[in-house]
Design a protein around this ligand. Structure first.
Ligand code: BJ8
Length: 381
């Protein structure tokens, strides 16, 4: 039986380990769809028996390759993801029969035009408003269009029954991932924020629903039993930090490391690596297309205007997790998150919660500077 550090490590390595699994699934005849965003309703792939995988890169390796085509002052997530595609260095991109993009931020939308020259790219038209009835109608029709595209591409039929089953399965995964991060409601938390991130990020590279569920259940029960047995991997003195902002993983783990080396512990992630994806469940009754439409459209990403759902979730996480402070991580040139920083600061002021915003990219060059700022922030909490 693996011990806990080995379990964390195996989640951390999941992306790399998943390459071989993906290769074998392809050899068995499975179709593969690559995605870039939490708004893409993955239940449609599940209902079609198609494997799906996140293609967002988290390493700077291919940024120079991307910069031959894309401007330097573009978000590193977009440059790195495109770079891996053109350099043919991402096995997941290589194995993807189709890439499903979405009209979230301008940089991604334009990048998909170039990506379309290399791969079969289907872009979902995401509205920027969650309030208007026309937005809902548009998103609903985009979900139905994606269903049609998947059926044609993979020569399968997606029935309502299969879609309902997929919603139930994905909800089960969401509940378990939420149960993982809610373990850190305990004080002190039973795992570091880095370990939590390793699980949340790594779980997306487990392609079998059954294996993912089993592994998450086992991990939760191991963490619980070790905590009940008296193990305390985090000091009771550590300041409890909620992270908000852009998605994390890979190179941006440096932000979590500097926080945790400076006397803090990350207890929750209000971003697409964490609670933004797993906090709510999709409706399992009623029309499955409407259920997916309402579920996904309500995601509180900064590409929405206005974006009250981010504030609601962040405020709730701060209360539940008894946050001492909030640290935002934005990626360089991510305009929507950068503009929202002011609104987040003002919102947290009304709750007397200290706030620090850090901007970074995928290179390790700014680690010392991040550490100085994080340490000064945590010191004053
Ligand atoms: S739902 S956070 S996964 S869009 S960081 S590429 S926004 S310039 S990643 Fe995201 Fe979907 Fe929103 Fe989540 Fe653009 Fe910003 Fe880069 Fe971004």
């Amino acid at each position: 039986m693996q011990d806990l550090p080995e379990i964390f490590e195996s989640f951390s390595e999941a992306r790399r380990q998943g390459f071989l699994t993906m290769k074998s699934l392809k050899e068995q005849g499975y179709g593969v769809a690559g995605t870039f965003c939490s708004y893409v309703p993955v239940e449609l792939f599940m209902a079609a028996g198609v494997i799906y995988v996140g293609l967002c890169s988290t390493s700077e390796e291919t940024v120079p390759e991307a910069e031959k085509t894309l401007p330097r002052n573009l978000c590193p997530l977009i440059k790195a993801s495109y770079g891996f595609a053109v350099a043919d260095k991402c096995p997941y991109m290589y194995f993807s029969d189709i890439v499903v993009g979405e009209t979230t931020c301008d940089g991604k939308i334009k990048m998909y035009e170039y990506l379309g020259k290399i791969k079969d790219v289907h872009v979902m038209e995401l509205p920027r408003s969650q309030r208007k009835e026309t937005s809902r109608a548009l998103w609903l029709s985009e979900i139905r269009l994606l269903k049609k595209k998947i059926e044609e591409k993979f020569n399968v039929g997606i029935t309502e029954e299969k879609l309902r089953e997929a919603i139930v399965k994905r909800n089960r995964e969401r509940s378990l991932l939420k149960a993982v991060y809610e373990l850190s409601l305990a004080s002190p938390p039973p795992m570091t924020g880095l370990n939590q991130l390793q699980i949340l990020y790594g779980a997306q590279f487990r392609f079998s629903h059954e294996d993912k569920v089993r592994e998450l259940e086992e991990t939760i029960s191991r963490i619980k039993s070790e905590y009940a047995g008296g193990k305390r991997p985090v000091s009771g003195e550590a300041k409890r930090i909620v992270i908000t902002g852009c998605p994390m993983g890979g190179a941006t783990e440096k932000v979590v490391r500097v926080i945790e080396e400076s006397g803090g512990v990350v207890v929750a992630y209000e971003n697409c690596t964490g609670a933004k994806q797993y906090d709510r469940l999709a409706d399992e009754t009623g029309d499955p297309y409407e259920a997916l439409c309402d579920y996904y459209l309500a995601i509180g990403c900064s590409v929405m205007s206005p974006n009250p759902n981010r504030l609601e979730l962040l405020g709730r996480l701060c209360d539940q997790f008894a946050a001492d402070g909030v640290i935002e991580m934005t990626l360089q040139s991510c305009h929507t998150y950068a503009v929202e920083t002011h609104a987040i600061r003002e919102f947290l002021k009304t709750r007397n919660i200290p706030f620090l915003s850090l901007e970074t990219d995928y290179s390790p060059g700014d680690t010392a500077q991040l550490k100085t700022r994080a340490a000064a922030f945590i010191e004053m909490l």
